[in-house]
Design a protein around this ligand. Structure first.
Ligand code: NDP
Length: 337
């Protein structure tokens, strides 16, 4: 068997020279190992991150080692409990045609009852697996999308995005999908999206705004982000109050080290950061009593110090205000009359 090895850490867009196909040793099976032949390999955008020498949620690829990734294989020989020759498995020993895998490749038998319904094995690499699961969780759990919501999804013609469009349509949401090019647009339209944006034909925001207007919607309730960058910005621009954003991917920056250095927004994903805008007045009434007691105690005990920057006279008011933007204040900026 052979496997792709990463032989060099790519700078920017990876190139073929970063990878080498190398022979795997053919050895007798040890306990808790399977000999397999792979049927389907998954390639996923997150793998780009694994090619960097940086810590992330998925361990980085080691140089000169076989790469790994989602795959569907058939068991040829088993010394692992629960597996027998002929079993179809989902596992992480991808990027190779087969060979020996152990428990670290997380083999799981494909559910026979589901295969019996006619699902193809490779479905477990997409709609019944990583990408469909990501779409489902992101849309329904993370963004808590509900019937009636207006959902915007980027990379809508891709694996995750196309599942998002369809799950949302099945739950009676209005869906606007963005994809690059007319052909992809037609596919997103075929999936049932209410409006389609071609981000390669022009800037995203004007197209998104026009789509919302056509649909008679004031803005978006949910943004499912696969792309980041301009799409994310357009989503912010059109978000309704209490909109929910599921930040799934930012493929726009995966090959752009510079952009990743300039903006750490992409860390939302590996660090599972939850963002939520809020307004003080929404919350305050409910917690005023608790707040006064707690903060009063902290101030009284000296745990919370107060500092003021004071400008005198009403005339000073505009400058005091503008001073906030040039950082003239330490502590609270106040105008004393
Ligand atoms: P896709 O099938 O969507 O393939 C990627 C697509 O992204 C391409 O087809 C392309 O479509 C689009 N694309 C590529 N570069 C750009 C760019 N610069 N600007 C805009 N669009 C671009 O891949 P997946 O469905 O597997 O993944 C989609 C996203 O979901 C990725 O960001 C991925 O990292 C993320 N993901 C996150 C997971 C998680 O657990 N958080 C799990 C799985 C995926 P087009 O022609 O329309 O440009």
């Amino acid at each position: 068997s052979k496997a792709w090895h990463l032989i060099r850490r790519p700078q920017g867009l990876p190139s073929r020279d970063d990878f080498a196909l190398r022979e795997l040793p053919d050895e007798p099976l040890e306990a808790d190992q399977l000999r397999i032949r792979n049927l389907w390999l998954s390639v996923d955008p997150y793998m780009r991150g694994r090619m960097n020498d940086a810590k992330s949620y998925a361990a980085g690829f080691q140089l000169d080692q076989p790469m790994t990734g989602g795959a569907i294989g058939e068991v040829l020989e088993s010394r692992m409990e629960g597996f027998a020759p002929g079993d179809l498995i989902l596992h992480m020993g991808g990027w190779r045609d087969g060979g020996i895998i152990g428990l670290d490749m997380m083999p799981n038998r494909l559910p026979a009852d589901l295969l019996a319904t006619g699902l193809s094995p490779q479905t477990f690499l997409h709609n019944m697996g990583l990408t469909g699961g990501t779409a489902w969780i992101g849309l329904l759990r993370i963004a808590a999308a509900r019937p009636g919501d207006t959902v915007f999804v980027s990379a809508a013609a891709g694996a995750v995005g196309s599942a998002v469009v369809q799950i949302a349509k099945a739950r009676e949401m209005t869906v606007i999908g963005s994809a690059g090019g007319a052909e992809k647009g037609r596919w997103v339209d075929d999936l049932g999206a209410d409006a389609v944006i071609d981000y390669k034909a022009g800037p995203v925001l004007p197209q998104l705004a026009a789509a919302l207007e056509r649909l008679g919607k004031p803005g978006i309730d949910v943004y499912f982000d696969n792309v980041g960058g301009e799409h994310l910005d357009a989503a912010f621009a059109t978000a309704n109050d209490f909109a929910r954003f599921a930040i799934c991917g930012m493929i726009d920056v995966y090959n752009d080290g510079k952009a990743q250095e300039m903006s750490y927004l992409v860390r939302t994903i590996p660090a599972r950061i939850r963002m939520e805008g809020f307004i003080y007045t929404d919350q305050f009434i409910d917690c005023a009593e608790e707040f006064y007691a707690d903060m009063g105690g902290l101030i009284a005990s000296g745990a919370v110090l107060m500092r003021e920057t004071v400008r005198d006279g009403l005339d000073a008011a505009p400058d005091a205000f503008l001073g906030l933007f040039s950082g003239e204040n330490i502590g609270k900026m106040l105008v004393r009359l």
